[in-house]
Ligand binder design. Structure first.
Ligand SMILES: *Cc1c(COP(=O)(O)O)cnc(C)c1O
Length: 351
């Protein structure tokens, strides 16, 4: 059967009506890859949910398609969002697809290059502010009453509805519910949506139990862990550089109700996991996604994850989004080679 996109595939679980347009870029149905090397060295069964394989390269497409379909149903002509990058790329793509205008507000200088390139090429109107994401979101929220404008940040409940589909896919692909789901936490919409999705599947009889939800903030942006908003959040993982998470309570509930936790990982651990994932499993995810891997490594030392458990790490975005961080962190010199067969054969003989 060919994949119809998340709205059609999971319609019974979503706020889809006869009036909802059948919008799709065939988002969802992303691979769940067994991480054989990390599983062996960590003595767990680790699966990687490759959300970077969505149409715009991040999980944001799942919620965006639902939010945009609903916005069309409500007669909106303009999509508006604040973004650390991936939301703007996704909003811009679905706006183009649906013939809508997209207006995005980003923190100046703090959006990964690939994400900016996407928003611009999809035809969004991009505004950069001298302030962080939280300031951008406050500006956007202020426009909630503008006629014809739909805010498509994750404060829009349709975003979280659509994002639940990733949890459905995990259960459908594994044939069971994992012991643990680990994911990065920025605005905390995704962890909130996964938890909602697992509970919906349990209620529908499609799942027999619930997983423990482990969410990981970046240490310089760990508002939930510290219990207070952070004015000037800092982290190399720009997608989770958020000081006042919009779905704060959702994350706290997911952690508490599932017997999981919200913890922090520092930038060194994130970059270490980022390189390791690429070099040991051949998977290139963006820095924010690597927070899930850094978090699993940490949770193994604290006993929050135990030997033999089945763990799903949600790799939220594609590594190609942020080529600058990749090149800076790899610290590999590109070597000059003379156009001469002797030089290449010499290089090959060197070990
Ligand atoms: C948006 C995003 C996150 C954070 O998700 P939240 O729902 O804001 O917690 C993490 N990683 C990537 C790649 C993202 O785009």
């Amino acid at each position: 059967m060919s994949w119809p996109g998340v709205l059609a595939a999971y319609a019974p679980y979503l706020p889809v009506t006869e009036k909802t347009p059948s919008l799709t870029l065939l988002e969802g149905n992303t691979p769940l890859v067994y991480a054989s090397h990390l599983s062996e060295s960590w003595q767990i069964r680790l699966f990687l949910k490759l959300e970077g394989l969505n149409p715009t390269g991040s999980f944001k497409d799942r919620g965006m398609v639902m939010a945009v379909a609903h916005a069309i149903e409500e007669g909106a002509q303009t999509l508006l969002c604040a973004s650390t990058g991936n939301t703007s790329a996704s909003a811009a793509a679905y706006a183009a697809r649906a013939g809508l205008r997209a207006v995005v507000v980003i923190p100046e200088g703090k959006v990964a290059l690939g994400k900016l390139a996407q928003a611009v090429l999809y035809g969004a109107e991009v505004f950069a502010i001298a302030g962080n994401f939280d300031k951008a979101l406050a500006l956007v929220r202020n426009q909630a009453d503008q006629a014809g404008v739909a805010i498509v940040n994750s404060i829009n409940p349709y975003r979280l509805e659509g994002q639940q589909t990733a949890a459905f896919e995990v259960v459908d692909a594994l044939g069971e519910v994992p012991d643990v789901v680990a994911l990065p936490v920025g605005n905390a919409g995704n962890i909130t949506a996964y938890w909602k999705g697992f509970r919906a599947y349990l209620q529908a009889g499609k799942a027999q139990r619930l997983p423990r939800m482990l969410g990981f903030e970046a240490k310089g942006a760990a508002a939930i862990v510290q219990g207070t908003p952070i004015d000037d959040p800092q982290t190399v993982a720009t997608a989770i550089r958020i000081g006042n998470p919009a779905s704060w309570q959702g994350a706290v509930n997911a952690a508490r109700e599932s017997g999981g936790s919200i913890d922090a990982v520092d930038d060194d651990a994130i970059l270490d996991a980022y390189r390791m994932l690429a070099r040991t499993e051949g998977i290139f995810a963006e820095p924010a996604s690597a927070a899930a891997i850094a978090g699993i490594r940490q949770a193994l030392t604290t006993g929050q994850i135990r030997t033999g458990e089945t763990v799903v790490a949600v790799l939220t975005g594609n590594g190609l989004k942020d080529p600058q961080t990749a090149l800076e962190t790899a610290q590999v010199e590109i070597q000059h080679l003379d156009v001469d067969p002797y030089h290449l054969s010499e290089a090959l003989r060197r070990v």
